[in-house]
Design a protein around this ligand. Structure first.
Ligand SMILES: [Zn+2]
Length: 404
């Protein structure tokens, strides 16, 4: 006997870094989800993009942009005590496992519930820095500027809903949502997956490890779809991403050259955060600012991002909390080393959002009036799903009456 078939399901499947180019190249789920469109991303990394998906706002509105930023002063830095570790030899200090363990210990001590990683930030620089995602952005009250997320709308709708826990593995998250679908206990679901992002950082967009990860994910979504179609009358699956992925074609060693070639001193003249694809600077004096601008203008691997460009991207923070000067690398160039990675990484994101490899995707089997053209508009589709009248259910019972 077949299961119940009177309810609606809207499942929103977040696939970190599933760019539009990858969707096209691999024909990702083109049979199950035939309505496929590119979706503009937001400038920055997942730390900027994901809050935009959850709130429908741009970074300058929700307040999130990048993990690290300059602390208001040294005593305000949550990492003030870590400067003492600055004497540790780089190899020891940069050891991946030591860093991860220390990150976990620190997050606990500081009572951070958000995604926290020290990455490769030198211990000597940490006391000048602060951290953005202190609270879990998926939990109530987690957005810096206090914006409501889609989940508060879902909660208010009184429809049964579920979202994955990003702390857990993809396997665990998929198993949980599968269980919910099997029990027909939800009408709205947000499935979080990040495995493809990790695979592409490691193998690039064309590596065997990546095509295996894509095949596996496709099969998992197909299986969910098949089960949902047996359990629900009206199944809408929506797959989307936060940004794409670019293969690394060149590297820049500007970070280790910086002080030698400019004569500037970290903490005395300036503070900087060297993300994987951009460097953000704050200056203590005019000389340092002019010197840095002159130096950056000579570099061939990237460019200084103008204020009006930042404003156009929705990343113009009036208080310059994420930097007074942004230097962005050209697509495919990676800082090696940077504060985020000490070594070469095969795939990266966080370049100009207009670049073809930066574009995110929107894939659905639902007939919608319009597609979200940018990732912050996915919020509207998710909110609308919770307002959807239970049309399918009433039509089913009506037609049953007519036939009988
Ligand atoms: Zn990533």
């Amino acid at each position: 006997m077949r299961g119940f078939q009177q309810e609606q399901l809207d499942l929103f499947i977040f696939v970190d870094a599933l760019g539009w180019r990858i969707v096209e190249e691999y024909g990702f789920l083109s049979d199950e989800l035939p309505d496929q469109e590119p979706c503009d991303t937001v400038f920055g990394y997942s730390s900027a993009c994901d809050p935009s998906i959850l709130t429908g706002k741009l970074p300058q509105e929700h307040g999130h942009f990048s993990c690290f930023l300059k602390a208001e002063n040294k005593s305000a830095s949550p990492f003030a005590s870590l400067g003492k570790l600055g004497w540790l030899p780089e190899l020891v200090a940069g050891h991946h496992r030591l860093r991860s363990r220390l990150s976990r210990m620190l997050a606990k001590k500081l009572e951070y519930t958000g995604y926290f990683q020290l990455y490769s930030v030198p211990f000597s620089c940490l006391p000048y820095l602060d951290y953005t995602e202190k609270n879990d952005i998926y939990a109530p009250g987690g957005i810096i500027n206090g914006n409501a997320t889609v989940f508060s709308h879902w909660q208010a709708s009184r429809k049964p809903w579920f979202r994955s826990d990003w702390h857990q593995s993809d396997k665990m998250n998929i198993a949980q949502v599968r269980n919910k679908i099997d029990q027909q206990s939800i009408q709205l679901g947000y499935l979080f997956t990040s495995g493809l992002d990790a695979a592409m950082h490691r193998h690039g967009t064309k590596g065997v490890g990546t095509s295996d990860a894509i095949d596996c994910l496709e099969q998992q979504i197909r299986d969910l779809f098949e089960l949902a179609s047996r359990r629900y009358k009206d199944v809408r699956f929506h797959v989307f991403s936060d940004h794409g992925m670019t293969n690394t074609v060149d590297t820049s060693d500007l970070m280790p050259r910086w002080e030698k070639e400019t004569g500037l001193r970290y903490g005395a003249d300036y503070v900087a955060v060297w993300d994987s694809t951009m460097a953000r600077f704050w200056f203590d004096n005019e000389h340092a600012r002019e010197r840095a601008i002159r130096k950056l203008e000579q570099e061939k691997d990237g460019y200084i991002v103008r204020e009006d460009q930042l404003a156009q991207w929705g990343c113009k923070f009036e208080d310059h909390r994420y930097g007074e000067l942004f230097y962005l690398l050209n697509p495919g160039v990676l800082f090696v080393p940077s504060f985020m990675n000490q070594r070469f990484v095969t795939g990266m994101h966080g370049y100009a959002p207009e670049h073809q490899d930066s574009k995110a995707c929107w894939l659905t089997n639902a007939e919608l009036e319009s597609h979200p053209r940018s990732i912050d508009k996915i919020f509207d589709v998710m909110v609308n799903a919770s307002d959807r009248p239970e049309k399918a259910a009433s039509q089913v019972s009506k037609s049953t009456v007519t036939v009988s």
